[in-house]
Design a binder for this molecule. Structure first.
Ligand SMILES: [Zn+2]
Length: 217
């Protein structure tokens, strides 16, 4: 069977199963456990449309009854997960034509399964992000302003809560049809894109942001 689970869908399944695992551990009422499991099974099915019978059987969770079986299920599912398509350094440079001294992400980052490609250039305080939207590469170069904030923030993409050194405010450089026009937006995002990619369960906000920044909506 070919990979059919997108990385963010896999993250969503993992998140549901962490919930189920804690029910297994903390609940003794078999009826409550079964109800919770049935709900989670439905939620997982709803992540997909047009599943084949084999695919449906693979994601079915009705046989899961303990932490051990959950772990097995998750590691088996990993074989059917696919991330963003591979991108070449040439294509990366094309997305960020205006960045004069673009530092490319490491090869390791390039090969992992991911929802989006993100990397940090500390020397110029910018976070770069690339995503494949409808078979086209789009990206954003986000400036990281200096702040002394000690507050915690929530990542817009994955909802992770962290202090400034984990989740920071960024301001992407927006493309405008009128070269003299200026648009300023900002949002909070994880500095560690690899971790963010392990947590993100929906691409809705990411796509909306990228469309705004690239003047596509
Ligand atoms: Zn995040």
């Amino acid at each position: 069977m070919e990979p059919f689970i997108k990385k963010h869908e896999y993250n969503a399944i993992r998140k549901y199963l962490r919930d189920l695992n804690s029910t297994f551990r903390n609940c003794t009422d078999q009826k409550i456990i079964e109800t919770h499991k049935a709900n989670i099974g439905e939620n997982i099915l709803h992540l997909f449309s047009n599943l084949s019978d084999d695919q449906r059987a693979l994601i079915d969770i009705s046989a899961l009854n303990d932490s051990f079986s959950i772990d097995n299920y998750i590691s088996n599912l990993d074989h059917y997960v696919y991330g963003m398509a591979d991108i070449t350094p040439v294509a990366i440079r094309k997305v960020f034509k205006k960045e004069k001294k673009l530092k490319l992400p490491s090869g390791e980052v390039l090969t992992s399964k991911k929802v989006y490609l993100g990397w940090l250039d500390e020397s110029i305080r910018k976070l770069f992000l690339i995503y494949n939207l409808d078979n086209k590469w789009i990206g954003m170069a986000c400036r990281i302003p200096n702040t002394n904030s000690t507050n915690t923030h929530i990542c817009t993409l994955c909802n992770h809560v962290g202090k400034e050194d984990e989740v920071t405010f960024v301001s992407p450089i927006c493309k405008m049809s009128d070269p003299d026009a200026y648009k300023s937006i900002g949002f909070h995002i994880c500095l560690d894109s690899e971790q963010c990619n392990e947590r993100i369960t929906s691409t809705e906000k990411l796509e909306k942001l990228l469309k705004t920044v690239n003047n596509l909506s």
